[in-house]
Design a protein around this ligand. Structure first.
Ligand SMILES: [Zn+2]
Length: 181
C-alpha cells in the first residue's frame, strides 16, 4: 500500500522518549486506533516527568492509566510496515516513528484542524490522534500531485509535504526523507 498517516498522542518516560498512549494509523483499507495501557506505574516516573505527564494530560485529555492494549512497540511496527511511506506531523514524532519504519516523512507547517467526522473510542477530547490522522489522510489523498509534492490547504494556510527526491535537491533542508523506491 502506498502510504499511511500515523498520528499519536503520548506521554514521556524519564529519558524524554515517547510512550504512546493513543495511536492512529490511517491509510488504504486500514483505519486503526489503539489505546495502549501504560507500560508501568506512573510512580516510576521522576518528579519532573510526572509534572510533564500532568501537563500532557491537560494538553491531550488522556490519562496515564487510560488504555486496554498491552504496551507493545512491535505492534506499532506491524501496523506501519505494510506501507511504503509513513506521514506524520511534526519533527519529534517523525524521528520517533523512524525507529519503526524506514521511510517516514514529516508533514511540516502550521497546525491543522483536529476535527473530523470520525469518532474516537474515547469520545471527544483535545488533539485526538484519530481526528488528526483522518484529516491528514484526507488532505494527502485529495491533493496528491504527479510531481510528488503535496500542498495541503488549511484554511488560508498552506502545509507542504516534500518527498525525498525534492528534499535531495534542497540540500540545505535538514528534514530528509528517504526517496520512495
Ligand atoms: Zn482520540
Amino acid at each position: 500500500m502506498a502510504f499511511a498517516v500515523v498520528e499519536f498522542q503520548a506521554f514521556k518516560d524519564n529519558y524524554n522518549r515517547f510512550i504512546i498512549k493513543e495511536l492512529a494509523v490511517v491509510g488504504g483499507s486500514l483505519n486503526c486506533q489503539v489505546l495502549f495501557r501504560p507500560p508501568y506505574s506512573i510512580t516510576q516516573l521522576n518528579d519532573k516527568m510526572r509534572r510533564t505527564a500532568r501537563w500532557l494530560t491537560r494538553h491531550h485529555g488522556l490519562h496515564w492509566d487510560d488504555g486496554s492494549i498491552t504496551y507493545n512497540e512491535s505492534l506499532i511496527s506491524a501496523l506501519c510496515i505494510p506501507f511504503k511511506i509513513i506521514y506524520t506531523k511534526g519533527r519529534e514524532k517523525a524521528e520517533f516513528l523512524r525507529e519503526f519504519h524506514p521511510n517516514v516523512c514529516e508533514i511540516a507547517g502550521p497546525s491543522i484542524s483536529y476535527h473530523s467526522d470520525v469518532e474516537c473510542i474515547l469520545g471527544d477530547h483535545e488533539r485526538c490522534a484519530v481526528s488528526a490522522a483522518h484529516t491528514l489522510n484526507h488532505y494527502l489523498s485529495s491533493s496528491l500531485h504527479e510531481s510528488g509534492q503535496y500542498e495541503l490547504e488549511d484554511g488560508e494556510r498552506l502545509v507542504t509535504v516534500v518527498p525525498g527526491a525534492e528534499r535531495t535537491r534542497r540540500s540545505s533542508n535538514r528534514q530528509v526523507c528517504n526517496e520512495i523506491q
